[in-house]
Design a protein around this ligand. Structure first.
Ligand code: NDP
Length: 492
């Protein structure tokens, strides 16, 4: 057998890669190395789930005084200090990165702070000039946000940039209608930014249950987010100084449009990269012809897998249409010794899924226990305000497959109704008429993410509607409604 430097070389120090490396080393006794070109912890910890959720928490304090006063407190709303928050946030991210580094160190994993690419099926070339060989190579390089292919798109920021902003803008235009667009629309609105969102489709959060996403869209508008569906951006450029002064930022900027037009045409995308996303007010033209100026534009238009210049194609590894590594159910690529997990495979792009894929990989490649990852019935949450928690099929997908009964209720939750707020909650079960199994559960409510985790256990176990029915309600809670819906709202 060939003599390799390592049993396993992992490329990428995000959630999936770190978990696979330390389990392979710690539990399977493998000799493991890991290379990371950026910060340890990857997208989730450094520029995704964790800082995003902390920003969600920060943004939720904006109406505490209003609600508190209705409960008899005498509170005044304070102001939000971004710099103060950001410095706490950076300290927390530094701490977490340290935790990730020590997890690897304590498991005996050798780490390289370098970019790695594949030289052959068993060899990794590092940007510091070193070359390492390994019996097995795991690619866990994640993904990155992408801007649309249009002139001046570099003027807009992407989600990675938000955590580094020196100051929050007064107004922002968010492009997109997916997780990131909707979550940041709510976060930034909560932090006091004037938020406008353009989504090219008919309704935000495509692919999720229609009723649930409809309620979220309505709640976002009620809170003051200016959400335009069926609308996209067609042109953008730096607004002229004259123009910025011609009206409040974010206001209709049709006046002086011809001047702006010239500015935009003159800007051939060669603007100083350092000023990308921070070059002053930005003029945009929408598909409906409307022209406006915003302090900032955020592109939340999807993420692409990180497979560029990795040497993958040279090894016969198949790359899909979006740039993803094509793998089998065991996360193995077309090259026997090379596996890939997480967002770089563009299967289900969620942190806990990448971690599962990493664990299954270790079972398969190091514990002689071939384990396919189960991608069925994955609960997830969207941290909009209100949140959505969801597991299983939407009503629309379920009714395409079989006859269903839909149980659904919407109401004003006690806590905010008492304070006179219009917020509504939605609880919904999609049930198979034949097997009685709950095929989908969709909750729009404060803390819906916490609720759906537990509903997810029951549904993964194959719970029927009658199992929900015979479970006693926890009173008084919002989630009790999930076990008290007796009559189907409709059948389909
Ligand atoms: P999504 O794929 O969810 O959304 C991308 C959005 O951008 C869609 O609304 C899409 O429209 C729109 N879009 C794409 N291209 C263009 C374009 N050229 N012009 C205008 N609009 C465009 O990606 P996100 O970036 O929001 O999130 C990436 C992934 O990260 C998610 O799929 C999810 O797996 C993960 N994530 C999970 C979170 C969670 O669990 N809470 C939070 C954040 C991210 P259309 O619908 O028409 O295609």
């Amino acid at each position: 057998m060939a003599d390799y430097d390592y049993d396993l070389f992992v490329i990428g120090g995000g959630s999936g890669g770190v978990r696979a490396a330390r389990v392979a080393a710690g539990e399977a006794g493998a000799k493991v190395a890991l290379a990371e070109e950026d910060r340890y912890g990857g997208t989730c910890v450094i520029r995704g789930c964790v800082p995003k959720k902390l920003m969600v928490f920060a943004s939720e304090f904006s109406d505490v005084a209003e609600v508190g006063n209705a409960y008899g407190w005498n509170m005044t709303s304070g102001t939000f200090d971004w710099q103060n928050f950001r410095s706490h946030l950076n300290n927390e991210l530094d701490r977490l990165e340290g935790v990730y580094r020590s997890l690897l160190k304590n498991s005996g994993v050798d780490t390289f702070d370098a970019r790695a690419k594949l030289k052959d099926k068993h060899t990794v070339e590092l940007s510091d000039g070193q070359t390492k060989t390994a019996k097995t190579i795991l690619v866990a390089t994640g993904g990155r946000p992408v801007r649309p292919d249009m002139p001046n798109a570099h003027l807009g920021i992407v989600s990675d940039d938000i955590f580094h902003l020196e100051t929050l803008p007064k107004s922002i235009l968010i492009i997109g209608g997916g997780y990131i667009a909707c979550e940041f629309a709510c976060i930034l609105h909560g932090l006091g930014v004037e938020v406008t969102q353009y989504y090219r489709g008919a309704q935000i959060l495509r692919g999720f249950d229609d009723e649930a996403r409809g309620l979220i869209a309505e709640a976002m508008r009620d809170r003051g987010i200016e959400l335009h569906t069926g609308t996209n951006i067609v042109q953008m450029g730096l607004a002229s100084d004259d123009h910025t002064e011609s009206g409040p930022t974010g206001s209709d900027a049709a006046m002086g449009a011809s001047v702006q037009q010239e500015n935009v045409m003159a800007n051939d995308g060669t603007a100083d990269e350092a000023s990308a996303g921070r070059g002053g007010p930005i003029w945009v033209k929408a598909t409906n012809g409307r022209e406006r100026v915003f302090d900032m534009v955020l592109f939340a238009t999807g993420r692409d897998p990180n497979t560029d210049d990795m040497g993958l194609e040279d090894l016969g590894i198949e790359i899909g249409r979006r740039g993803e590594i094509v793998v089998d159910e065991y996360s193995k690529t077309a090259a026997d010794s090379v596996y890939a997990i997480g967002d770089v495979t563009n299967r289900v792009n969620l942190t806990p899924v990448a971690i599962r894929e990493g664990m299954a990989f270790v079972e398969t490649a190091f514990k002689d226990n071939p384990t396919a990852v189960d991608h069925d019935l994955i609960p997830s949450a969207i941290f909009t305000q209100p949140e959505m928690g969801t597991v299983g099929l939407s009503e629309e997908d379920a009714r395409d497959r079989e006859e269903i009964e839909v149980f659904c209720t919407s109401f004003r939750p006690m806590k905010t109704a008492f304070a006179g707020k219009p917020d509504r909650v939605l609880m919904k079960l999609v049930v198979s008429k034949e097997t009685r199994k709950v095929l989908g559960c969709h909750i729009v409510a404060p803390d819906a993410g916490e609720m759906i985790q537990l509903a997810g256990v029951a549904i993964k176990m194959g719970a029927t509607k009658e199992d929900f029915d015979r479970t006693v309600a926890v009173h008084p809670t919002m989630s009790e409604e999930i076990v008290t819906m007796r009559t189907p709202m409709r059948t389909a």
